[in-house]
Design a binder for this molecule. Structure first.
Ligand code: FES
Length: 127
């Protein structure tokens, strides 16, 4: 017998106004690979993007101050530990000691709300 197909859930994250272009991120808890981790959502060039807060170089959180991920130019997500830079639109490495891309988390913006979407490897924290 086959497992039931995975069905993604949409989870309300924050009002749209909480995310400004190249501004502070909104963090949220996710279960990734059975562990509780942090995700973060940012807005860049008017679109919302979200990733697991885990550098591809060493699996550490990346913000250099709470919820601050963008470098001084406002164009790159930068890891505070060794300076890896990632493209906020794709999570791909731009420079530094990355070992791959960031783990993306799907988002949508409907009306004035931002939602993140579960995936087979990204689940909400059970209550
Ligand atoms: S841990 Fe992020 S660059 Fe090394």
């Amino acid at each position: 017998m086959q497992d039931a197909p995975f069905q993604s859930q949409s989870i309300a994250l924050c009002p749209s106004s909480a995310l400004l272009n190249s501004g502070l991120a909104v963090p949220f808890d996710v279960q990734y690979g059975g562990q509780t981790c942090l995700g973060f959502a940012v807005r860049y060039a008017d679109k919302v993007y979200a990733y697991l807060n885990r550098c591809s170089h060493v699996p550490m959180e990346m913000d250099y101050q709470p919820n601050r991920f963008f470098d001084m130019t406002g164009h790159w997500i930068m890891c505070a530990t060794h300076g890896a830079q990632y493209d906020p639109r794709t999570g791909r490495c731009r420079s530094g000691p990355c070992r791959g891309a960031l783990v993306p988390i799907a988002t949508t913006e409907v009306g004035d709300m931002v939602y993140w979407h579960t995936a087979y490897n990204l689940k909400p924290i059970p209550f």
